[in-house]
Design a binder for this molecule. Structure first.
Ligand SMILES: [Zn+2]
Ligand SMILES: [Zn+2]
Length: 390
């Protein structure tokens, strides 16, 4: 195991390559790569950076050297809900990096390409074939199974499980497949792009894809963390109005106003329902809830127009269709097809309409536990680890 040596500059070792002995049960001979990864072995953390052996890539896989990884709420939740029965895990699901090797069946990228990693889908179920991979029949297994879809695990030699969201990006290197990589322009700042793969895609996709909000439609966004602020920026892109941000952190509310919100309500100081009615005259067309709080779901119902929709991002699908025409929908990854949506977000970013860089604070890979602590306490809106230079 490698301990943090106190140096601010990480010394990322070159990949050690050797060809492994082919196991009888494994049809494909695989290289073994020595990598470093932040391993979870205790409930709540901390994560420890360890040297592991990664076997691959397989024919349809890509070996990626990570430049950066975002830290998302789901990573922190997995730390907090971990139990000894889960065994050691590598988390991280907002990776961005450089392709180092490709298996012979890979067509869409080659070594040297820059990629953003996103969620995984099976590619074969009716939902995937219908262009809705976020609703994949095997979504849970593919993203939370800590194994490939065939049950194998590239980190098995080290007794650790990876493949979180088809990536496990808290590492110097990882494997991904063509269904969860998005090729991006090599001239862009690669580590900054990492959070596009989950949090930003989810917030923006909720507004632009799931709700398909249009000009003049009113929207309240509960919780203005990274996902909520992505929703604010997307609502401004859609021309929604008014756009009302609700949070308890004054600094986040101030940022929401700068990023496109027309009103900001501090729910610890103000009567949210009264303010929303005063602003809209009657209620909002959409509520985007990023908090998962049952009290806020009730509040959302109270401030919604008779035919309005509440989008629930933080888990759960709510009661669905309600008397009077109001409804709730559960959101997964903003119903985004990553290979189509992430380039759209980049285009908006380059024209100044999706300035997500304002949310990001960078940390050295070896400061991962500090980054998690800052994200937990709301000191940092979107923490991004710098893992290697692209
Ligand atoms: Zn599928
Ligand atoms: Zn996430």
């Amino acid at each position: 195991m490698m301990e943090y040596n106190g140096s601010r500059q990480p010394a990322i070792p070159a990949l050690a390559r050797e060809t492994s002995m082919q196991k009888a049960s494994d049809p494909q001979p695989q290289q073994i790569h020595r990598i470093e990864a932040a391993v979870l072995r205790h409930k709540g953390g901390p994560l420890r950076i360890e040297t592991l052996e990664l076997a691959g890539p397989r024919d349809d896989e890509v070996l990626v050297r990570l430049a950066g990884s975002g830290i998302c709420r789901t990573d922190i939740d997995f730390c907090d809900y971990w139990s000894a029965a889960d065994g050691p895990l590598v988390l991280g699901h907002e990776g961005a990096g450089v392709v180092e090797q490709v298996g012979p069946a890979v067509r869409s990228v080659r070594p040297g390409d820059h990629v953003v990693l996103s969620y995984l889908s099976c590619g074969q179920c009716p939902q995937c074939l219908g262009g809705r991979p976020a609703r994949c029949d095997r979504f849970y297994e593919a993203n939370f199974g800590f194994a490939r879809l065939d049950g194998s695990n590239a980190l098995a030699r080290s007794g650790v499980r990876g493949h979180f969201f088809g990536q496990s990006s808290f590492a110097t290197h990882t494997l991904a497949g063509e269904r969860n990589i998005v090729k991006v322009d090599a001239g862009l700042p690669l580590a900054l792009l990492a959070p596009l793969g989950c949090g930003l895609q989810t917030g923006a996709g909720t507004v632009l894809n799931s709700l398909a909000a249009g000009p003049g439609q009113s929207m309240a966004i509960f919780g203005t963390g990274a996902v909520g602020l992505a929703a604010v920026m997307a609502a401004a892109v859609a021309g929604a109005a008014p756009i009302i941000g609700v949070d308890v952190h004054p600094s986040r509310l101030a940022l929401a106003l700068e990023l496109g919100a027309s009103q900001a309500i501090n729910s610890s100081e103000e009567d949210v329902a009264a303010r929303i009615r005063a602003v809209t005259g009657r209620g909002v067309d959409f509520v985007v809830d990023t908090t998962g709080s049952p009290q806020l779901l009730q509040l959302a119902m109270d401030v919604l127009n008779p035919c309005g929709t509440v989008a629930l991002i933080a888990g759960g699908s709510g009661p669905g269709e309600l008397p009077g025409g109001k409804k709730t929908i559960g959101i997964i990854q903003g119903d985004a097809v990553p290979q189509r949506f992430i380039p759209q977000l980049l285009e908006l970013h380059l024209t100044g309409r999706f300035p997500f860089d304002r949310l990001v604070r960078f940390y050295d890979f070896r400061e991962i536990n500090q980054a998690i602590a800052d994200a937990r306490q709301g000191r940092t809106i979107k923490a991004v680890l710098r893992i290697s230079e692209p």
